[in-house]
Structures are given as C-alpha cells and as structure tokens.
Design a protein around this ligand. Structure first.
Ligand SMILES: [Zn+2]
Ligand SMILES: [Zn+2]
Length: 358
C-alpha cells in the first residue's frame, strides 16, 4: 500500500512509496483505512527534529477513516465504523485518567518505540504512534474514536488534533471569560481554533497576531476583532487595553521568544496560555520578581487541556450548531502524491490546513 515516508530526520521532503505494509495487528488493535488526514505543524517539527521521533517514519497524526479489521478483545468497534484517530489514547486506569486529565495519559506513548510499518528495506515508525499519511495503519483500539455519520472525514481529521488543541486551550485551560480581551500569537490551524474558542466563550476583543498577511485576513473571518503583524502588537495592546495588557494571551508558535512576548503583553493577574509545542533546548525565562509581583498565570495547554473524548464531542456539537466554522479552515486539498506541496503550503503560511485525501 501507499504511504509517505521521511527517510531521515532533517530531510524536507517525503517520499510516497507503494511498498509499505501496516504491521502490528492483533489483540486489542484495529486496522484502519485512512480517508482524510490534515497536515499539522507538529508533523513538520518531527521531520526537522524539534519534536523527538525515531526515523524513518510516516508522519501524520490528524486523521480519520474506516475500521477494516478488529482484533480480539476489542469491544465497541466493528469493521465499517467511521472513526477519527486519537494520537493520545486514554488508558482509563492511570492517575491522570482518573482525574479526568486524559490528555496527560502516557500509556499510549509506551508503544511509540514500536514500528507501525515495514518495507522491504526495514522497519518504519508512525509519528506519535500513529502515522496517518498512509492508506492503512494499525493502532490500539483506544486510538479509534467513532464519529457520527454527519461528520465528514476531513472535518473529523481536524478534530483529531488542531481543532481540539485550539478550542480546548480557550475553553478548558484558560477558561476565557465573557467580555475579556484576548491576543492570539500564531494563526495557523491551531491559532484559528483558539480564536474560535475565545469567540465561543464571549471574548470582547480578540487580536490575532501573525507575520503572514493571508493568515491575518483569515483570522478576521474566524472571529478576530483585529489582526496585526508582530510589530503591531505593542500598539494593539495600547489601543485595546489602555496599555495594561490583555486578559489572555495565547502563544501558538512553540518558541521561547514568542512566549516571552506573550508574557509581556499579558496584564498583571492575566493569563498566558502556552499552546505551541516547542523544543527541549529552548528555555523560557521569567525572573523571580516579575513572577511573584505581576501574578501572571502561566498555563500550558496540551491537546486541549481536558478530557479528550469530551473535547471531541464538544467540537462536533459546536460545529453542528454552526457556532464554529471548520469547513473554511481547510484551505487546500491534495492527494497523497502531492504531500510535499502540502508541506510547502504550511511552511510559507499559505494554508491554514491542508487536507490530504486518500
Ligand atoms: Zn491513562
Ligand atoms: Zn497535531
């Protein structure tokens, strides 16, 4: 079957091969036929080595498709079921799961060192234990979450990562209050979802910050009340908050420099919510005086910062009610053979989300 493979960490292009086999099927596992997958920034970060991931690997962790085979001992799933791929399945038994913080469950990562694919040349891993730039993949049953019939595969794929991450940051983690002022730094798919989450929560002002003009224009369509380039943020803070700083600033880039900017534009007593996934050697610094005296809350948000399955359901409910727009987030559609075009569209900031149809 076909899959897009990164041969070595640091390479910029994927190779679409037709000699890849999905491996690992057995008890507790399901085999999926992927129908749609989004390209998330984390895929690019894994390719460049910013996020740890053994190579060679099949990128992609934001996918949806159909169950084609169910292993022994799997309940609640049968072949033909439409599902989205959850890259961080909850075990239901660990302390994090019992607290309802299933986004912190580490059980799924225990399999991350096990190859999901093989080729005549050897083993191939799947990114984050999944790997969705492929026609078929075998995952643990907990990674396959059934979706209602009215949710198209491409919408379900987005809910599998970017939408859940962005909406959850605003709703679960920051708990944005009605009437508040918000700035969102970084307006790709996750940032746009954060903006939509802040709007759902009733934020009065939402300032979108991004160096790429088409992303700023998109942000306005999704609920930002104004959009500025990074150089314009200080001025926006002055105009919107009288210089005090925003009630909430979301960092959706994953770099210490933008996190520091976000911290400085948060008002005293306000909230800096860190959504971007960054590198292990990139350190965010705050001095002990400002940390104490300014009482800014620094809240990291991982995969939406709440129960993942509940977050999926809420995203579907909001989408069905027309309260969030997910269709318009898909700005580009490509076939698997054009996956390198999708990478270029993400690197230049031209796309919000590129959906790969399989
Ligand atoms: Zn768990
Ligand atoms: Zn992602």
């Amino acid at each position: 079957m076909r899959a897009a493979v990164l041969h070595e960490t640091g390479q910029e292009k994927l190779e679409v091969l037709d000699d890849v086999e999905a491996v690992g099927f057995g008890p507790g596992k399901v085999r999926l036929r992927i129908r749609a997958t989004g390209l998330c920034h984390s895929d690019v970060s894994a390719m460049s080595g910013i996020l740890p991931q053994p190579a060679p690997f099949v990128p992609g962790h934001e996918g949806a498709g159909e169950v084609i085979d169910v292993g022994d001992g799997v309940s609640g799933l049968s072949s033909g079921d439409r599902v989205l791929v959850c890259w961080l399945p909850a075990c239901g038994a660990c302390p994090s799961c019992k607290r309802g913080q299933t986004q912190l469950c580490l059980a799924g990562f225990m399999n991350a060192g096990t190859p999901n694919f093989k080729r005549p040349g050897g083993d191939v891993f799947g990114f984050a234990g999944t790997g969705t730039f492929t026609e078929e993949v075998v995952v643990g049953a907990g990674c396959a979450v059934p979706i209602p019939d009215d949710v198209p595969f491409e919408i379900a794929a987005l809910i599998g990562c970017g939408v859940t991450t962005g909406l959850g940051a605003a709703i679960n983690t920051a708990e944005v209050e009605a009437g508040s002022s918000v700035a969102v730094i970084g307006c790709g798919g996750v940032g746009i979802s954060t903006i939509q989450g802040a709007r759902v929560q009733g934020a009065a002002q939402i300032v979108a910050v991004d160096p790429v003009a088409p992303r700023r224009e998109a942000a306005l369509r999704f609920g930002a009340t104004e959009a500025v380039a990074p150089e314009g943020l200080a001025d926006a803070k002055q105009r919107v908050t009288g210089g005090e700083g925003f009630d909430y600033v979301f960092e959706v880039v994953g770099k210490s420099a933008t996190a520091r900017t976000a911290y400085e534009h948060t008002r005293r007593g306000g909230t800096l919510c860190v959504v971007g996934a960054g590198a292990t050697d990139d350190h965010f610094q705050v001095n002990m005086f400002e940390l104490f005296f300014d009482e800014k809350r620094i809240l990291p948000s991982m995969y939406g910062g709440g129960d993942v399955l509940r977050s999926y359901e809420r995203a579907i409910a909001l989408w069905r009610a027309g309260r969030i727009d997910l269709e318009s987030m898909i700005t580009h559609r490509v076939r698997l053979e054009e996956v390198n075009d999708a990478l270029d569209q993400m690197r230049t900031g031209e796309s919000l989300r590129t959906c790969i149809e399989l």
